[in-house]
Ligand binder design. Structure first.
Ligand SMILES: [Zn+2]
Ligand SMILES: [Zn+2]
Length: 341
């Protein structure tokens, strides 16, 4: 069984034969796949077509067990515990050669995590697949992908020991950013959201100040927490033009705004020119991750440097996938649901 996305809201479970591995490929039985904000966006609205073309197998955070090995595969055996990234760069284009593998011109994507089996193409095995360390659960290993993206952004934003980091959005991405910021030496992490349960989880993993934006303006709180100056680094982890603009209200002079959450295609924001010029504020985006980020993310999960367990708020069988997405969109109760095929 495999979940196939046909268009916004149109997700179907289809009976598919167990895939056969071609030369250089393996087939894995998916043991856990986790839902992601990106999946929710793909489920609710048209998505960037260079990333996914519909209809397409659905889901991208997974971990499983190798059940078949194609001819010519080296280093993988039946029974190995495996996870693979959702993209594999070519390593030869202009971007890859400059170390920007996350911006590869010839990237291959791998969708189909919400499925009983997944075929892992040769390039993924060579470039962006890892064995799951002993003792790490499949569902934790599945969360390697979002953590890889978060790490990529946090390192790019240049969080330094002693920084005050403000994060807009306490969903799975915001909560991972909070943990990574602390790990990089942030002395104070201020996180904002509308949903109290999410803020509670952020606090439990190390966020110092949690702001419910229904009650307080994050800009006031950040000012109060920084002697009126603003945060050294502000990370937007929601993905709306409004919150992208809000980030500029929280940053100090000379600080960094990392616009992390992807907004709907075609949207724009307004930025105060004075802030960029006289305030020397830097603004940058971050997209996706490099294979190295995936590798590091998996090690950070395995070593408990980042605790991804609080992000999994429920577990459901594959047959419930439609209901799971309906509830993620309408009720917004869960952070991540682990789909156990
Ligand atoms: Zn994801
Ligand atoms: Zn490339």
């Amino acid at each position: 069984m495999m979940a196939v996305l046909y268009g916004p809201g149109d997700l179907r479970l289809e009976e598919r034969p167990v895939p056969e591995p071609g030369p250089g490929e393996v087939v894995a039985r998916v043991r856990a796949a986790t839902t992601c904000g990106t999946d929710v966006k793909m489920f609710t609205r048209p998505y960037v077509s260079s990333v996914i073309r519909l209809p397409s197998p659905f889901g991208h955070e997974w971990a499983g067990e190798v059940v078949a090995v194609g001819p010519g595969v080296e280093g993988w055996q039946i029974g190995d515990r495996i996870r693979a990234g959702n993209s594999a760069p070519c390593l030869t284009c202009r971007f890859c050669r400059r170390g920007l593998q996350n911006l590869c011109e010839n990237r291959m994507w791998l969708w189909g995590a919400f499925s009983e089996y997944i075929r892992v193409p040769e390039r993924f095995l060579k470039v962006n697949a890892q064995k799951i360390p002993v003792g790490l659960s499949y569902e934790e290993a599945a969360i390697t992908e979002p953590l890889a993206c978060v790490l990529h952004g946090a390192v790019k934003a240049g969080i330094r020991p002693g920084d005050v980091v403000a994060i807009i959005g306490s969903g799975p991405i915001g909560i991972l950013h909070a943990q990574v910021a602390k790990h990089l030496g942030a002395v104070k992490v201020i996180i904002c959201d509308l949903i109290e349960d999410r803020l509670r989880i952020a606090r439990s993993v190390g966020a110092d100040v949690a702001v419910n934006v229904r009650e307080e303006d994050p800009a006031d709180v950040v000012r109060a927490e920084t002697d009126g100056l603003g945060a050294d680094v502000v990370i937007e982890a929601v993905g709306t033009p409004k919150t992208w603009e809000k980030a500029f209200e929280l940053v100090r002079k000379g600080g960094m705004v990392l616009e992390f959450g992807g907004c709907p295609p075609g949207t724009t924001i307004m930025v105060n020119t004075e802030l960029l010029h006289y305030g020397e504020v830097t603004v940058m985006g971050a997209f996706h991750a490099t294979p190295r980020d995936f590798e590091v993310a998996l090690s950070m999960i395995a070593s408990c440097t980042v605790d991804v367990r609080p992000l999994i708020t429920s577990r459901r069988p594959l047959k419930d996938i439609h209901e799971v997405f309906r509830s993620l969109v309408e009720e917004k109760k869960d952070l991540k649901v682990a789909i156990i095929p």
